[in-house]
Design a protein. Structure first.
Lengths: 291, 390
């Protein structure tokens, strides 16, 4: 098993004909992901990269049985793209787009309430279940199939952590980038629950960063419900307050947003804290030896 | 994005929220003119993006136009140092001159986006005039919150709840509800990330008045608000950060150390800075070059480092995913060809096309300090920075 995506995933790519969409669709296909459809309004009834392209998600789903969507839609139109996928009943939407206005996402979240769609992102690297399915922009070759779940707000820091794990022979069940925005579709709590329920996952690595209070909410869940060990690192301990550190969500506006507060909460909840970002792999190995 | 208080008050006024009479002055003579138009006591307020102006001497209450001129003269052209600015302060090039208000009570009102509920939340308190974080810590019972459903907007009952929470009474209740509805409309119309009136005062005459105001806007939504984008005062931003943006490097934040960092990805860039500190050094900046695959941004990053006299050593830490390591390597070599680079450079490269990238660096004949991994890179750059005498 794994979470969110696996070999039964039939992927649809929103914005498949754009340059980013094309590039990453090719890489997903090369990894072995079943890409069954693309959607670009106005380019329906054509083919791109040997994948049928449709004007609407509804039609694409009816004709191809797509059950997950990977989005490369420019920021001004991305919220509309998420809404269209939700309305069509798409079970999983992975939104890569960076730079969506916050108030657009407020509306999206309001609309998602009570719907069956799960949103990952926006502003994220996507999801990969090594050896089964890659629905994202991460380099597939640094991953290794195994039993550690990874969930992170960052992209490249996750690549580094994953390659630390892989080089120690520690494989991953699924790696989920929940994204660097202030209002992600899925939070640490959402993904931790899925890992807790996943039989294949033995331990979870959580990579947080400054801003918001998602790590504190994760800490509550860890102490209340999680039976599986969690290894954590929170980036941005040296970040100055009030400055946006690249990600829209990575800005310290209150004391809860500080890395030290988040690390403290996770530690108190029973998570094992990696002393530095370079030692997440080693820390995970120690934790696995104890399990 | 931030704007000045005088600009924020103009936006508030457009939305029917009462603000004190006043105007912005760029010279002491103008300040005098405005003060005599207003008549009586006026307040002269330095216009800077940072808070904490009062204690820093940036706000003066004066009795006459002459004194207003003098106060403006003491502020304009200086740098104001507040607890929020750092020791170098921020430049004051204009002051807001407005009528002094007879204040009977100071309240707090704001809207921002709540990450947990993913909804706008309106916060009100009878403890205005101080940092709301302080109020939240010491007297949390004095803060009243209402989440607002964007489908139906702010409802009258919510306005009543907050008005009672601020201890408004009589006609002030309906006045408060109207003001809150207008503030919510302003927030939504303009893609604000924060709309804060602190203090919102009750005057001696019992009227509500926005005595100070702060509006921040969502950077990601500026594309649909050209009018707001034009309000930006570049002078208030860190010069190195403005320069970075002019060179196409959008994710640059100045820090207080002496080690230049060039990293791809925001999380990794933060982690690199953390690791440098762990190894006993201090980063001079946060720099996420992003994933655009061209050499120009790499060359421009080096221009930033060369222009920054604090830099003693540079760490390039790239984990190629979308970004290709060979392109970055080519950019580094180009930088050496185009400028004199006076500091040691540590390179840690991994990911997409790393072999090609390492070969480009090796073939260049330039003496790089090569790091094997993340940790090694931080350790070596800290050592390198210590070895440089400047």
């Amino acid at each position: 098993m794994s979470i969110l995506v696996d070999d039964s995933t039939r992927l649809l790519v929103q914005g498949i004909t754009g340059s980013e969409g094309s590039f990453h669709t090719q890489r997903c296909i090369a990894y072995g992901t079943k890409v069954v459809a693309g959607v670009t309004p106005g380019k329906g009834d054509s083919e791109h990269l040997d994948v049928p392209v449709f004007n609407t998600i509804e039609k694409a789903m009816t004709e191809t049985g797509a059950n997950a969507s990977l989005m490369f839609v420019p920021p001004p139109f991305a919220a509309d793209g998420i809404l269209e996928a939700t309305e069509a009943g798409m079970p999983l939407v992975v939104c890569i787009t960076e730079g969506i206005p916050v108030l657009d996402m407020v509306k999206v979240h309001r609309y998602l309430k009570g719907k069956s769609t799960r949103l990952i992102g926006p502003n994220c690297p996507g999801v990969i279940s090594p050896g089964k399915c890659k629905a994202g922009i991460m380099a597939g070759e640094i991953h290794l199939a195994g039993n550690v779940g990874v969930v992170s707000r960052s992209g490249t820091l996750t690549y580094d952590v994953v390659s630390q794990l892989t080089s120690l022979g520690i494989g991953q069940s699924t790696c989920v980038g929940i994204g660097g925005d202030a209002l992600p579709g899925s939070t640490f709590v959402d993904i931790l629950k899925l890992f807790e329920a996943d039989q294949e996952t033995r331990a979870v690595v959580l990579i947080g960063e400054i801003g918001g209070s998602m790590e504190q909410e994760a800490a509550e869940l860890i102490s209340r419900e999680m039976t599986k060990p969690v290894v954590a690192f929170v980036a941005g301990g040296t970040a100055p307050p009030g400055k946006r550190m690249g990600h829209a969500g990575a800005i310290i506006t209150g004391s809860a947003g500080k890395a030290s507060e988040k690390t403290k909460a996770l530690l108190q909840a029973g998570a094992t804290i990696a002393p530095t970002p370079a030692e997440v792999g080693l820390t995970t190995r120690k934790v696995l030896e104890r399990v | 994005m931030k704007i000045h208080e005088y600009q924020a008050k103009a936006v508030l006024a457009q939305y029917g929220i009462p603000v004190p009479r006043g105007r912005v002055a760029f010279t002491p003579a103008e300040a005098r003119e405005i003060a005599s138009e207003i008549g009586g006591k006026v307040v002269v307020k330095a216009q800077v993006y940072a808070g904490g102006r009062g204690k820093a001497g940036g706000i003066e209450m004066v009795d006459s136009p002459q004194e207003a001129q003098k106060a403006a003269g003491q502020l304009i052209g200086t740098r104001l140092v507040t607890p929020q600015t750092g020791p170098e302060g921020v430049p004051v090039s204009k002051v807001l001159v407005e009528e002094a208000s007879d204040v009977s009570r100071e309240l707090y009102l704001s809207i921002l986006i709540d990450g947990l509920s993913r909804l706008p939340v309106m916060m009100a308190s009878q403890a205005g005039g101080m940092e709301i974080e302080e109020v939240a810590k010491s007297t949390p019972e004095k803060i009243f919150k209402n989440h607002i459903d964007p489908v139906i907007g702010l409802q009258p009952f919510q306005g009543r709840k907050l008005s009672y929470g601020m201890n408004l009474n009589g006609g002030q209740i309906s006045e408060g509800i109207r003001l809150m509805a207008n503030l919510y409309r302003l927030f939504m119309d303009n893609d604000c990330s924060l709309a804060e009136i602190n203090p919102l005062v009750v005057t001696a005459g019992g009227k509500l008045l926005a005595l100070d105001a702060k509006l921040n806007f969502d950077d990601n939504a500026l594309f649909r608000h050209k009018d707001i984008q034009e309000l930006q005062d570049k002078e208030q931003e860190e010069p190195l950060e403005i320069e970075a943006r002019d060179w196409g490097i959008n994710n640059y934040v100045k820090m207080d150390g002496d080690i230049g960092c060039m990293v791809n990805g925001a999380g990794l860039a933060m982690a690199v800075n953390d690791l440098i500190q762990y190894c006993g050094g201090r980063a001079a900046n946060f720099l996420d070059i992003g994933t655009l695959n061209n050499t120009e941004r790499v060359v421009n990053s080096f221009r930033m480092f060369v222009a920054d006299p604090r830099i003693r050593a540079v760490l390039v830490n790239i984990f190629g995913g979308m970004a290709r390591v060979d392109v970055i390597a080519r950019g580094i070599v180009e930088a050496y060809q185009q400028m004199d680079i006076p500091f040691p450079v540590v390179t840690r490269l991994a990911g997409t096309n790393v072999e090609e990238g390492q070969r480009i660096l090796a073939d260049s004949g330039i003496n790089f300090i090569r790091a094997e991994d993340f940790y090694d890179g931080a350790r070596k750059v800290v050592e390198a920075a210590k070895g440089v005498n400047k």
